[in-house]
Design a protein around this ligand. Structure first.
Ligand code: CP
Length: 323
């Protein structure tokens, strides 16, 4: 692969700092990588010789495994560090941990951390590329990108789409990355859920607010249903999970009452029977596992571009390798 300056800059900390053109480039590059995961030999030698550390300070299934698959499918060497089994439990700071890893000659760090701003903080202090895999309530940029790719696959466009983010927006980094990505690409964004789980000053973000989920489903082309983040709530945000499902749950009856078919996304992990009913989560209007599949392609694209890969060469590089 020809190295050089990355079109994304040194780090990927969020979608807020990216331009519409940069976001489109990641999505277009991901298209070239989609079919790699379908093949018998799921490997391209594009990141051969690169070493990547996955540094996860919070639990994760989808993001950690998806990054690891993306890295392995591009032939990078990968090491997984979980906070619970690292020297963090002995009091080592984030920067000391990362600098010690850098002393072993690494190229990139993928970090998930409970503190908002952790990825940027780290990126400013180490020379390796840093990719944010979710930082507190701030952003989860690769989730935002895979959601955009899934919407674009289904509707063939993002511009003009009406997308409603339903649920616990207040605690959600996925909501923030979706908001930035969707609005930069020309979609209309709405939020729906209890007022207590909405961020302050929504109007300044250019977002429409629907207190009732039936109104949201009447308006939307697609809904992105958020998990109720029980671990980030101190109590008092909702009366009970049963009440939440009764008023804001995405149910088959509510989808059937909408004037047109509404596409259903969920970033996972799902609380079945709370924010989404099982017959919707497994039903014909959802694209939840397509989101997961697109996650690998999007992360391959981000790794390729941050390593200095040229977007216009992604298809050629792949074809030359295959020949
Ligand atoms: N969507 C998402 O971030 O899932 P995980 O927490 O399993 O990584």
């Amino acid at each position: 692969m020809t190295g050089g300056t990355s079109i994304l800059g040194k780090d990927l900390v969020g979608l807020e700092p990216l331009s519409a053109a940069q976001i489109r480039t990641v999505l277009d590059t991901a298209e070239h990588f989609k079919d790699v995961s379908e093949r018998r030999i799921k490997k391209l030698p594009i990141l051969r010789g690169k070493t990547i550390v996955n540094l996860f300070f919070e639990p994760s299934t989808r993001t950690r495994v998806s990054f690891e698959f993306a890295q392995k499918r591009l032939s990078a060497d990968t090491v997984n560090v979980a906070a619970g089994t690292s020297s963090v439990v002995k009091g080592e700071t984030l920067v000391d941990t990362a600098r010690n890893l850098e002393a072993m000659s690494i190229d990139m760090v993928v970090i998930r951390h409970p503190a908002s701003g952790a990825a940027q903080f780290l990126g400013e202090r180490i020379s390796s590329n840093v990719i944010n895999a979710g930082d507190g309530r701030h952003e989860h940029p690769t989730q935002g990108l895979l959601d955009l790719l899934t919407l674009r696959d289904h509707f063939r466009r993002i511009e003009g789409l009406k997308v409603c983010i339903v649920g616990d927006v207040l605690h959600s980094r996925v909501a923030r990355s979706n908001l930035w990505g969707l609005t930069k690409l020309g979609a209309e964004v709405a939020f729906c859920g209890p007022r207590t789980l909405m961020p302050p000053r929504m109007e300044e973000l250019g977002v429409t607010y629907f207190p009732r989920v039936e109104e949201a489903l009447e308006w939307a082309d697609a809904v992105n249903v958020l998990r109720l983040q029980l671990e980030r709530m101190q109590g008092g945000y909702i009366p009970s999970l049963r009440e939440y499902n009764r008023f804001w749950g995405i149910t088959r009856a509510r989808l059937e009452a909408a004037p047109r078919p509404v596409l259903v996304l969920h970033p996972g992990p799902m609380n079945r029977g709370v924010e989404i009913d099982s017959d919707v989560a497994d039903g014909p209007q959802q694209v939840i596992l397509k989101q997961v599949a697109n996650g690998v392609a999007v992360r391959m694209a981000v790794l390729y571009l941050l390593a200095g890969g040229q977007p216009e060469r992604a298809r050629i590089v792949k074809e030359v390798v295959e020949a």
